[in-house]
Design a protein around this ligand. Structure first.
Ligand SMILES: [Zn+2]
Length: 324
């Protein structure tokens, strides 16, 4: 089983449903997931550019379409809301899916709306995407701005509710604020190692160690710009190097997958944050190729047990630890 810690599926669902397509997951994604052997994951609600100018409006549009989609897919999805739901998903042959939200800009200044999101089923949240907002500062924000007072309260609220807190996209100052104010494990669902690819979205060894110390995990990201700065080294072997490095720095229990495949999104959306051309690295270009990373890990001598931990068991542990 492969659990993918990060996919923009709900945003894609909304984009397509707004064009009149129904049953998006079964029509567009299911076969691709099966081919890649991905059978569970965190699907996020992400306010896509240019609609992120009005994040609240966009997020509620996405939620509206997500709700219908979930109803249509009750036979294949098990939405994970509490401890044990993951087991129920497996025993009933359905995909364990966590509803996540990428950035809290939609809440405006009213973080009580988190209760509403929670009641909808949201069990994963990051404070920002790349932007600065009322809560925290993303990688594109000012480097000397971290969490706000509001953001500190949001961390507590997220922990109290039993939502998984995600630090991917935060700038360094915000990261260290989360480290300081959090009392539970947190994750970086889709980030790589700064020491192998020096971009702001990746994590320094010090940050990796801090996540491990808190008992969290990091999901390895297959987006080419986060794998290597040199284009000819943006391939699956160099992606596997990130796994090796994380395992070395954090230990086998703190590494997972957060592939961040978004090839299925329209060009207009993709071009707003990624350069043109390929998205996934060579050898693991999109969802259908996900299983290839398992072959590489086998070749590198990872045991069956270790591969299972990285593929889903570490996420399983975090989910059962954080959810109530
Ligand atoms: Zn992201």
């Amino acid at each position: 089983m492969i659990f993918d810690g990060h996919a923009d599926i709900w945003t894609d669902v909304a984009i397509r449903r707004q064009k009149g397509i129904s049953d998006v997951f079964k029509k567009v994604h299911l076969e691709r997931f099966n081919k890649g052997e991905i059978n569970g994951g965190i699907f996020v609600i992400w306010a896509d550019p240019p609609y992120n100018n009005e994040p609240q409006k966009r997020v509620f549009e996405i939620i509206e379409h997500t709700a219908i989609e979930i109803m249509e897919n009750r036979d294949i999805f098990k939405i994970i809301k509490k401890t044990k739901d993951f087991d129920t998903a497996i025993s009933s042959g359905r995909m364990p899916i966590i509803i996540g939200i990428e950035g809290l800009s939609a809440l405006g200044s009213n973080f009580n709306l988190l209760n509403l999101l929670y009641m909808f089923g949201v069990r994963h949240a990051s404070l920002t995407w790349n932007e600065e907002n009322k809560f925290a500062t993303g990688v594109k924000g000012s480097s000397n701005r971290g969490l706000t007072e509001y953001g500190i309260q949001a961390v507590k609220k997220i922990e109290d509710l039993g939502i998984i807190l995600d630090v991917s996209h935060l700038n360094e100052k915000s990261f260290w604020d989360v480290y300081r104010y959090s009392n539970k494990p947190f994750i970086a669902s889709h980030s790589n190692c700064r020491s192998l690819c020096d971009v702001p979205r990746n994590l320094t060894d010090k940050q990796l160690k801090a996540i491990a110390e808190k008992g969290g995990l990091v999901g390895v990201n297959a987006f080419r710009e986060f794998v290597h700065v040199e284009e000819d080294k943006q391939d699956i072997e160099h992606l596997a190097d990130h796994i090796d490095h994380m395992v070395e720095v954090m230990g086998i229990d703190c590494v997972g997958f957060g592939f961040d495949f978004f090839d299925y999104l329209g060009d207009e959306t993709k071009n707003s944050f990624a350069g043109s051309g390929n998205i996934g690295v060579k050898g693991i270009e999109d969802t259908t190729k996900a299983k290839n990373i398992i072959r590489i890990m086998e070749k590198r001598g990872y045991s069956k047990d270790d591969i299972e931990k990285i593929s889903y068991k570490n996420f399983y542990r975090i989910i059962n630890q954080i959810l109530k």
